[in-house]
Design a binder for this molecule. Sequence first.
Ligand SMILES: Cc1cc2nc3c(=O)[nH]c(=O)nc-3n(C[C@H](O)[C@H](O)[C@H](O)COP(=O)(O)O)c2cc1C
Length: 336
Amino acid sequence: MIDWKTLPRPIVALAPMADMSDLPFCLICKEKGASLMFREMVSSEAVVRLNPKTLEMAQFDERERPVIQQIFGSDPHVMAEAARIIEEKFHPDGIDINMGCPVYNIVSNFNGAFLIKEPERASGIIRAIRAAVSIPVSVKTRLGWSKDTDVLEFVKVIENAGASLISVHGRTKEQGYRGVANWDRIGEARQRTTLPVLVNGDISTPEHAKEALARSGADGVLIGRGSLGNPWIFRRMEDWLLTGHDPGEPSLDERIETMRRHARYHATRYAPNGIIKLRKHLPWYVKGTALKHLKEGLVRVTTPEDLDRLLDVRQEAFGVDRDPVLPHLEVHMGSG
Ligand SMILES: Cc1cc2nc3c(=O)[nH]c(=O)nc-3n(C[C@H](O)[C@H](O)[C@H](O)COP(=O)(O)O)c2cc1C
């Protein structure tokens, strides 16, 4: 079982991202050096209705571990039951509660960041989930609803209710993604809790990770957008933080091989539309690189063969054979 207090520092983890931090992407991040995954949020209401699509989202491959499954909702009983079902069926290493999502559909249902305004409800949700599962329960939140100081009190609510880790995105709900993440404010929040804290927001290079940790005093970093098309960032950050050595950007060939691998995981997982569903990931792999001219083609691929053809043209220029081995998925399908 994961113990947030004793996990080696600094923690460098993949942030939960709806529609992005799914099984294939988490597996790719793990293969390239990520040590911990927060899986995309799932609806507690849908889990308790045993909605097949939602349950499928909570499946993972054993090689992804440690895996934390995030859930969202506003009813303590439903949240607790959803957490119990997820633990029983899939056995993730932890449950994370979404108390930071700013999206209208979420907050208008009193979920996500709305809970920052409702400390009693937030506390009730944490307590109910704690009582329902044996794995650690963590919370991901923002600096506040409109004031970037709400978090200073909110971390105490979270700690008193029995959570074991807090991740903070350094913006308010009203900011959305505007402005810059305030790592110093997360540092102030860190001073007010004995719980481990992960600093989140705008951390996309090894240097950012070092500065965010120095300014927040946090126990680790949570990386969202900076990991898209860039699963190597985890190892680069860990090496830089631990040894001062940055292994640097991957070669173009490594990028291409990783796209192919990601595509094969997608094709298997989401057949028959696996490659169409991959289109949202592909442009990130070539952004800002000598492969950026491939972007137009990448957002049109429909089959693994389309992608191979597109990448072969480029790879022939390198004279490198591509990996003929089809990677396997060992999906933990859940029991019961
Ligand atoms: C596409 C996308 C989906 C996201 N989905 C979730 C989610 O399911 N749960 C959550 O707590 N945060 C979600 N977030 C927020 C991220 O976890 C993170 O807090 C935010 O992107 C800031 O970190 P970054 O600057 O490293 O991206 C999402 C962000 C993005 C860009």
